[in-house]
Design a protein around this ligand. Sequence first.
Ligand code: UD1
Length: 424
Amino acid sequence: MKLVIAGSRPLSGVVKVAGAKNAALKIMAASLLAGGVCRLSNVPRITDVDTMLGVLRGLGARVDVRPDGSTMSIDPSGVDRCEPPEELVKEMRASIQVMGPLLARLGYVRARQPGGCNIGPRPIDLHLKGFAALGAKITEERGYVSVRAEKLKGAEILLDIPSVGATENIMMAACLAEGTTVIRNAAREPEIVDQQNFLNRLGARIRGAGTDTIRIEGVKSLGATDYAVIPDRIEAGTFMVACAMTGGVARIENVIVEHVQALIAKLREAGAEVVEGDSYVVVRGPRRLRAVSIRTLPYPGFPTDMQPQFVAAMSVACGTSIVTETIFPNRFRYTEELRRMGANVRVEGRVAIVQGVMALSGAHVEAPDLRGGAALILGALVSEGTTEIAGVHHVDRGYEDLPGKLVKLGAAIERVTASERQVG
Ligand code: UD1
């Protein structure tokens, strides 16, 4: 499957953002703790959600996805397996978010250590340190990790770095622990607040998500709830950047404006006009953006998940932009492909120096990962000629039909299979 994109058209129109991938995946995992059937809505239709459904089924949960694809029910009463399917853990790192709930529910969990991935090594040592602090015994051998605890006990946990995944995994495990757990230097991402809200609707007693100190008072058991996942701030951000860099004007709906402030500030600094509504933003791009520098940081700083798309925008901006990646060391692989499209990007360690050019030019490129793939699509929108992008499955992991939504905004994008392309 490839995308064929004819560039040089400004985007315009209205687009609606789907539910947040990084909230939905964790809330699906958290459903394993429920004492009954949970109904989730505003779940994005993306392949990572399909993978998480596979993980839940593999553990013995009953899941039922409604025809609309974005509503599902999860019944964890039959969960009796304590090892998430190995091939799915390999495929998607977020599968390890079932470790906390399984540990709390079954007292034991075993999983393959997720290896390095395309954006760099991503260890789970902080997740494990947290489980150990709650009284679990950890054994690691030949690529597998086993975590066992007869009874988890509340504890004070200071995270060495504010890891999103570790904060969530520990928060889930601590819900059913005896006594109170305090997570300090916790990550503050909005998706963690969403998970807290979901768990509290089940009857958990969690306070402080969204700040760097989260307090979890353990309870004996949890109930069930219906819950709507928050909108995806990274999808929203991707459309905002796409619109700004093509010199278009678009209204992006289903946005929690507070969640995209870092991006709004940078887009304004770069010369775009952004109007903030109650649940939407309107972005109007200038003829050409000005170069601005960014540094990725934990929330509420500039999100690492928007770094590649922003570099794509800066590659056609006026001037030189310095982009510093502080979260994932190896997140510049896509810049090699952008360079094939004529971008002038030099990477030195954690820094990319982007010298804006007037336009990119169509080329054959390959998406190396999810957000890198989105950056290439945005680059193709401002390219002269036609760009072919392979590796689109990476993009489908985390965006609900990004090409289709861009087409509705006026982009010229076709999905073709490799054989169709040979004929055409
Ligand atoms: C989540 C998001 C991802 C986003 C990232 C940072 C999901 C499914 N993914 O990933 O899209 O880019 O937050 O906002 O929600 N680290 C350790 N030890 C650990 C855990 C993490 O050293 O045990 C390091 C990582 O290698 C990385 C940094 O901490 O350098 C941040 O990672 P973390 O916040 O955990 O990201 P994820 O939860 O994996």
